[in-house]
Design a binder for this molecule. Sequence first.
Ligand SMILES: Nc1nc2c(ncn2[C@@H]2O[C@H](COP(=O)(O)OP(=O)(O)OP(=O)(O)O)[C@@H](O)[C@H]2O)c(=O)[nH]1
Ligand SMILES: [Mg+2]
Length: 510
Amino acid sequence: MTEKTEATTENHDSDDVVARVLARAETRAAGYSLFTNSAAQALQRDTTGRESGFDGDQSEREDRQALRRVVGLSTELEDVTEVEYRQLRIENVILIGVYTQGSLTDAENSMHELAALAETAGAVVLEGLLQRRPTPDPSTYFGKGKAHELRDLVQSLGADTVIADSELAPSQRRALEDVVKVKVIDRTAVILDIFSQHAKSREGKAQVELAQLEYLLPRLRGWGDSMSRQAGGQVGGAGAGMGSRGPGETKIELDRRRIHTRMARLRKQIVEMKPARDAKRANRKRNAVPSVAIAGYTNAGKSSLLNRVTRAGVLVENALFATLDSTVRKTTAVDGRQYTFADTVGFVRNLPHQLVEAFRSTLEEVADADVIIHVVDGAHPDPASQLATVRDVIGEVGARGIPEIVAFNKSDLISESDRIVLRGLEPRSVFVSARTGEGIAELLEMVEQALPKPTITVDVLLPYERGDLVALLHDHNTVLSTDYEEAGTRVRALVNPEYEQALEEFAVSR
Ligand SMILES: Nc1nc2c(ncn2[C@@H]2O[C@H](COP(=O)(O)OP(=O)(O)OP(=O)(O)O)[C@@H](O)[C@H]2O)c(=O)[nH]1
Ligand SMILES: [Mg+2]
């Protein structure tokens, strides 16, 4: 980073965050892939950077209250075009987090993830700071003294945004902003921002916008005198940036009303879209096509795995939340039965509750599945907490009773000793690599074992003009034998209950 990216050009609409969010639908998502590279770098560091943290020197000097730098967070820009592009809309951010004694590694992992999230959202990360204290300061998150140090750092690095690694109360955010004089947002705002950039389907967009407005509503604020003009300019530079900044005090009431109106409209739209989706799902259910949901932490390789097993051509990206709409693909089991795979939205620690609500629809794929493949990035520094996070969400959508197969993905990157640890974590699991294909056959076998099996034995003679029934038996049931007789096709098969009646008239009496 050589040049400070002072994008002070777009003051006009940045003053009106409400208009911005409302107008977002038309502009989002464009040119997005530009950031994949650097997001990828952050992620790469995340998965391989166990040593990252800090060196011994710092550790010795550490005093109880000191701010700790999280090393290796700052974004490296690739080339000139990227730098230029970023000057248009990118924000320079400093990440902050609070950790308690003993939770440092966890806090650092979380900060690396926050860095990846921020970069995925399009920001340049300048610095990451952790403060040790029992709980975040109720008024300013960081303690007063540290908040002032943060302000100095913001000034010297030319940051225009501070991102806190946990959800801030509106009052905390306000107080901290008043100290550091630049925009302060939290993890939730970043995740919402990414979702809004990635959502593609009409329903997904509506849901994300609703979640954003819900988040924004209690956080509207006017800047009044608390921001210096200079800082105001910096904040203003974040024309299309992350999070949200309040409009002038006098406009707040008006904005609240506009937001409420908009939210009501979105809710109505979403309700109207539901029947179509339900019909689709009901249709699959009626045809008794068993379904497998691929769930897991973001960037675990869910889409890659779906592509590997079905050649679906779903977007794979080393970025967080590449997938926001669920893709469903049909496939055929070894015994000829058909079933579906559904790719789903990734989970993340502290998934904003607004989004759990918003994404209930894609999560319904999970709740309705006959089998869940729980994909875990086996090369991640902390797979255990990813497992736990995902299981929490699975529980939240009422899917806990569904058979779950844990697949440790990226096995091409997992060492023998790590495999032993992972096995210990989840004895009934399978190692797979969407990249090399390792373990995929074994995984499919486990899936097919776990799928509900047709159990009723039938022996039927189907006239030749009923080829449709023969096909039905092959697709959705287990055919044991087929013989071509004079009067038709004699089939012995195991079928699901709903087929028994339809086949009754063709039964061969013994
Ligand atoms: N080395 C290795 N990389 C993999 C493997 N599977 C996936 N990846 C990489 O992991 C990254 C994420 O893959 P995706 O399939 O997009 O992950 P996802 O779980 O669908 O992610 P979201 O949709 O963002 O939640 C990509 O860069 C993939 O190339 C694997 O088996 N080995
Ligand atoms: Mg995906």
